[in-house]
Design a protein around this ligand. Structure first.
Ligand SMILES: Cc1ncc(C[n+]2csc(CCOP(=O)(O)OP(=O)(O)O)c2C)c(N)n1
Ligand SMILES: [Mg+2]
Length: 360
């Protein structure tokens, strides 16, 4: 096992980023934050149904990692997926429309919050089964190796997924096949209401998970977008150039909001949340840019205003978009052939209006 660190202050890869690139990362984090705030509001107004897991607090992970990777590198993640899709460049309108269950959404309104997908931008979901994205990530990495493409797959997972068999099987295959993949634990310390120390053996030092598979390990501060960028830029380029095989990264972060929109949060104190809010990734970058003279407070405020307007526009777009036509959309995007094993006219019985809502 090799341990790499992104904390080397003497020679950070992000030192070479210009003000435009840094402001780009800032504006993406702000866009995600404001988008998620509108999500919460829309959920409370019952505009969004089903589960909804917000990314507020973790923005630096998606933004820093995507910035450090190449646009063609495939990414895949769990159900807490809004931030990754937006960081990859999905238009907020299509993201919000998906949440509202509208046909203009990125998955035609049929996936919802947990199933964002954007193939042209190499964002392969959005997966609701904890750890379920890991074998799929291995498949994406295997395809890269098979096709001899200069790419790296980033497979994001929560700390809860560390205890799933699918994660361990994926780590094993990635290691024995030397696949171009970065497994990234967005370690926010909680799986729903269970603290990592209560649910995960070896939680105090997750490098043991990499050691078990002879894999390279890195740890990075997920509340610092530049540390995340440094980590992914370094690892991505090393894997791409054949200097490294698969890597396992512990990215330490925190979610400010509950696990989902229906979480009373009795398992943690307000003080704990405040401690992390004081290390907020957006404020941290703003302070660094303004103090070093690379941006003015006015510039930063304008970026935030843009993010607010964009999120509001997305709500308007989602509100005004039509719902999918049930008869037309029920069987599309399910099978590779339009109606799978069925013939048109022999489809299983559709629900009538009166039957809707009665199924379990
Ligand atoms: C296989 C499986 N078991 C249980 C669940 C229910 N469940 C949904 S989210 C979650 C917690 C996962 O926490 P973590 O992986 O740390 O991700 P985070 O929510 O912190 O992003 C659980 C247990 C599920 N979706 N899939
Ligand atoms: Mg977690």
């Amino acid at each position: 096992m090799t341990t790499v660190t992104s904390q080397n202050k003497a020679a950070r890869l992000s030192d070479s980023l210009d003000a435009q690139a840094l402001l780009g990362m800032l504006s993406q984090m702000m866009a995600i934050r404001r988008f998620e705030e509108r999500c919460a509001q829309s959920y409370q107004q019952a505009k969004i149904g089903g589960f909804c897991h917000l990314y507020i607090g973790q923005e630096a992970v998606a933004v820093g990692s995507v910035a450090g990777l190449q646009p063609g590198d495939p990414i895949i993640t769990s159900y807490r997926d809004h931030g990754h899709a937006l960081a990859r460049g999905m238009h907020p309108n299509y993201a919000m429309a998906e949440l509202f269950g509208k046909v203009t959404g990125c998955s035609k309104g049929k996936g919802g919050s947990m199933h964002f997908f954007d193939k042209p931008r190499h964002m392969y979901g959005g997966h609701a089964i904890v750890g379920g994205q890991c074998p799929l990530g291995v498949g994406l990495a295997f395809a890269i190796q098979y096709l001899k493409e200069p790419k790296v797959c980033a497979c994001f997972l929560g700390d809860g997924a560390l205890n799933q068999g699918a994660f361990h099987e994926s780590m094993n295959l990635a290691a024995i096949w030397n696949l171009p993949i970065i497994f990234v634990v967005e370690n926010n310390s909680y799986s729903m209401g269970t603290h990592i120390a209560r649910g995960t053996a070896g939680a105090e030092d997750l490098s043991v998970k990499a050691t078990a598979y002879g894999m390279r390990f890195a740890r990075c501060d997920g509340m610092d977008v530049l540390a995340v960028y440094d980590c992914f830029k370094g690892l991505g380029d090393a894997i791409r150039s054949g200097q490294s095989g698969p890597v396992f990264v512990d990215c330490q972060t925190y979610r400010y909001k509950g696990h989902s929109m229906s979480d009373p949060q009795k398992y943690r104190t307000k003080d704990e949340v405040t401690t992390f809010e004081e290390r907020d990734p957006i404020n941290r970058l703003v302070n660094s840019l303004v103090e070093s003279g690379r941006a003015t407070q006015e510039q930063v405020d304008e970026l935030d205003n843009q993010a607010k307007r964009q999120a509001l526009d997305a709500v308007k777009y989602a509100n005004e978009s039509p719902e999918p036509d049930v008869q037309e959309e029920m069987f599309t995007d399910v099978y590779s052939q339009p109606y799978g094993p069925y013939k048109l006219g022999q489809l299983p019985i559709m629900l009538t209006d009166s039957e809707e809502g009665q199924s379990t």
